[in-house]
Ligand binder design. Structure first.
Ligand code: ADP
Length: 533
């Protein structure tokens, strides 16, 4: 405590006395020393800020020392100002001594540092080189990383490629040939299907599989395509080692070399032998079917022609037989014995019946496809009811009908169909008076007609054969008729592109159903005609 008081004591005469308190001298010194002190205090601040900012500043310690030294110098000047009025020369001396010590240390450090400072440019250069090297190393490291990454990518790609090749080998027959067609690679499937071992295939020309089935042009076209760098696709018939034949669906892909010309061909094939076999089978069956259809059509046409000619040509001699048996009956009745009269009667009745059969047959054979027009079935029904009037009256039949449509047909044939069906419904009635209903409803592109009755019905097992010519379920004595009416109906309906059938049970009445096209020829394949009935 005593030392500090002694240190700060102002027992000495202030410096102002030396200046005789001449204000000009006093203020000249005070302002000058003040400004020097202020500047000296500012310089270290700037220096310390500079050191902090420039982290890689060389010799930063000497800068610290400079800063301290200047700070101390500033303080000595501040003391000068103080001592103008106070005379604390001890403090001023101590500060000067500190400043002197700092300045000596700084000079010593500077002297020690001098060689280093002189060699600074060289060091700077070395540092620069070092920096370059470091950059280069970093660059190389980056390149190495990139290389590693690309190696990893390549490895993944290679693995994927191997997987794909494996999958391909499981499915397809794969072969690689050079541009001459010499096999350079064959996978297992290729060996299996061709029955050659890999050793037997490699080095051989692909021609060893040629079955001789394809033409020279076929192969020329194939080689032309792949030689021009284009993919060829096609089916090929090959011969295996044991001579058996197999079919492949092939895709041949050419791969070009650096010169852009094909270097090798990769062929990927699928075994289609089974499919080819099935196709061949179907082709054969189709051919056979077509042949049979043609045969059937021919024999049908022949039959129709025969029926027409036979019935037409038989009419004349039959007329003669009928006429002369009639004459015999008239002239010789009662003049010969009893048996003769009976026999002549049978002969004449047989001739008449044959005439009626032949006429029916002729009518049947005349049913054709010609003359289709738009037929108004309502009008047709009116006509039928008129012509069947006596039979309806006699049987007490009640005929009901819905609104009937117009159909594409031959008018007289359409009349024949409805008349046969209604006539049968009257003829094959039961105990009750016949109740007959004629209806039609549209089903898609067709009209479905329904002719139902409450008659004797038809056993299920005869539902089909009643539509065959001359097929009857009763004797003529029970119900008159030749058994051709429904056959004619069937032929007419089918010629119009429709279908006819019966739904019935014995004793329960019958429902005859048939379909007819709604409109013009497009539906039926018939010749279109703008005419209407
Ligand atoms: P037909 O009337 O001259 O006998 P069809 O060809 O018209 O010849 O008929 C064939 C057979 O079908 C008939 O003999 C008869 O047995 C049976 N049939 C046809 N229509 C009916 C019907 N509505 N009810 C019962 N049976 C029928």
């Amino acid at each position: 405590m005593g030392f500090l008081e002694q240190l700060l004591s102002s027992d000495f005469m202030p410096h102002g006395f030396c200046y005789l308190w001449d204000p000009r001298i006093v203020w000249l010194h005070v302002i000058s020393d003040g400004l020097i002190a202020l500047s000296y205090f500012c310089i270290p601040v700037v220096l310390f800020y500079f050191i902090r900012k420039s982290r890689d500043l060389p010799f930063s310690r000497i800068f610290w020392m400079f800063g301290t030294f200047i700070l101390a110098c500033g303080t000595t000047h501040l003391m000068e100002v103080w001592n103008v009025w106070h005379g604390s020369y001890l403090v001023a001396g101590v500060i000067k001594a500190i400043t002197a010590t700092v300045s000596v240390i700084t000079v010593a450090a500077l002297v020690q540092l001098a060689p280093k400072i002189i060699s600074l440019p060289e060091r700077m250069h070395l540092r620069e080189v070092n920096g370059g090297l470091e950059r280069e190393i970093a660059e190389r490291k980056r390149a190495e990383e990139a290389l590693k990454e690309s190696l990893a990518t390549s490895e993944t790609a290679l693995r994927e490629l191997a997987n794909q090749k494996f999958a391909l080998d499981q499915h397809a027959i794969v072969a690689v040939t050079d541009i001459e067609g010499t096999i350079t690679y064959a996978n297992d499937k290729f060996c299996t299907i061709s029955q050659y071992s890999r050793e037997e295939l490699i080095g051989q020309n692909h021609r060893i599989l040629n079955s001789g089935y394809h033409s020279k042009e076929f192969f020329q076209q194939m080689y032309h395509t792949i030689a021009n760098g284009q993919v060829w696709r096609g089916e090929m018939r090959n011969r295996a080692k044991d001579g058996s034949i197999y079919w492949v669906d092939a895709t041949i892909v050419p791969f070009a070399g650096a010169d852009g010309k094909p270097r090798q061909y990769v062929a990927i094939r699928a075994d289609i032998t089974e499919r080819k076999r099935a196709e061949e089978e179907i082709r054969k069956l189709n051919g056979e079917l077509e042949r049979r259809v043609e045969e059937l059509a021919r024999s049908n046409a022949d039959l129709e022609q025969f029926a027409y000619i036979a019935s037409h040509d038989l009419q004349e001699p039959l007329r003669m037989v009928a006429a002369y048996t009639q004459l015999l009956a008239e002239r010789y009745r009662g003049r010969l014995d009893e048996n003769a009269d009976k026999f002549i009667g049978y002969a004449s009745e047989g001739a008449l019946r044959m005439q009626s059969l032949i006429q029916d047959l002729l009518a049947f054979s005349r049913v054709g496809r010609n003359g289709c027009v738009r037929v108004d079935c309502d009008a047709v029904m009116e006509e039928i009811l008129l012509s069947l009037g006596p039979a309806i009256e006699e049987s007490g039949a009640v005929v009901t009908r819905g609104t009937l449509p117009a159909v594409w047909a031959n008018r007289s044939q359409m009349t024949q169909v409805l008349q046969n069906l209604i006539g049968n419904a009257i003829k094959f009635r039961g105990q009750e008076p016949p109740l007959i209903s004629v209806q039609a409803e549209k089903t898609g592109e067709q009209w479905l007609f329904r002719v139902s009755d409450n008659g004797i019905g038809i056993p299920l097992e005869h539902a089909e054969n009643i539509f065959v010519v001359f097929q009857r379920l009763h004797t003529r004595a029970e119900y008159p008729g030749n058994g051709i009416g429904l056959a004619i109906c069937k032929k007419i309906v089918e010629h119009c592109g429709g279908r006819i059938w019966v739904e019935s049970l014995a004793g329960r009445g019958s429902v005859f159903k048939f379909t007819m096209p709604c409109d013009v020829a497009a539906d039926t394949g018939l010749a279109a005609s703008p005419a209407t009935e």
